[in-house]
Design a protein around this ligand. Structure first.
Ligand SMILES: [Zn+2]
Ligand SMILES: [Zn+2]
Length: 279
């Protein structure tokens, strides 16, 4: 039985493990592969692919998780088997990277105005190689004692309606789908169970998706059976992953690597198409 975790973050975005470390850790979890799906960056993929070359029968799926906007709600879209070297993709990612820096600076300014003494340089130090984001600010707030934990830092300072929320420029759902398709990727709706406005799910799925992330730590049994039904209705593949960022602490919102994984067989069709394309 070969298992793959289709949703993994590395130090390229807001994960704590480098691509090599995360693969080594996945071996201790008896996984046969991972999809590297960092937020708005492909910076971790090459290192992961290189490392996996020395491992027998290990699969690294080049992926990405794009944050998009859909009628004011943040929707995450996963792209799998993408051509991560595409110029078109990297141009868009560059723009998003710049927007993230601007936003992080604005958040730090706002926190400073409220008497919270953290600097942009401190945030930069803990940030990902390619991506700076709210999780990094949350880590600083926690390490400096302004919050007890990362989730608490989010609740108090960083989420919509909290003390230092700043919205970020995001690409639209349609634009993200078009981009992933243009680089021959498969498009999957990430953790639909986390979408607050449930009515949006069907509406979003009217767009050109290939899969739906059905097996996810935050999904209830009811969610899973709902998404399995939707997958049939919209002719989608059910995927699954742990959304791994780090070995979870008690308060962590994310789960351990492999806590949700998928039989490698389920994505065989996609994998074969990808292999053919490479030849
Ligand atoms: Zn996500
Ligand atoms: Zn994720």
């Amino acid at each position: 039985m070969k298992l793959i975790d289709m949703h993994v973050h590395t130090t390229a975005s807001d994960g704590v493990f480098t691509p090599i470390e995360v693969i080594n850790y996945s071996l201790s979890k008896q996984l046969s592969g991972i999809a590297v799906t960092d937020h708005d960056t492909v910076g971790g993929i090459d290192e992961a692919i290189r490392h996996a070359r020395d491992l027998k029968d290990y699969v690294v799926v080049p992926g990405i998780e794009l944050s998009t906007d859909y009628y004011g709600e943040e929707i995450h879209i996963l792209g799998y088997f993408i051509n991560h070297k595409s110029e078109k993709l990297n141009e868009v990612l560059d723009k998003l990277k710049k927007a993230r820096v601007v936003r992080a600076k604005k958040i730090v300014d706002l926190l400073n105005m409220k008497g919270i003494k953290i600097s942009f340089e401190e945030v930069e130090k803990v940030s990902g190689v390619d991506v700076i984001g709210r999780p990094h600010i949350a880590r600083i707030l926690t390490s400096k004692g302004y919050s007890k934990s990362v989730p608490e830092a989010f609740r108090e300072f960083l989420i919509k309606g909290s003390k230092a929320y700043i919205p970020r420029d995001k690409i639209g759902v349609v634009e993200a789908i078009k981009l992933i398709k243009a680089i021959h990727g498969k498009v999957v709706l990430a953790h639909p169970g986390l979408i607050k406005e449930k009515k949006l799910i069907n509406k979003i799925l009217e767009h050109d998706f290939d899969g739906i992330e059905t097996y996810y730590p935050g999904h209830s049994t009811e969610d899973v059976s709902n998404f399995e039904k939707l997958a049939k209705e919209y002719n989608l593949i059910c995927t699954g992953g742990s959304d791994f960022h780090q070995i979870p602490t008690e308060e962590d919102i994310h789960e351990d690597l492999g806590s949700c994984s998928l039989l490698l067989n389920r994505i065989r069709k996609w994998k074969n198409e990808f292999e053919l394309r490479k030849e």
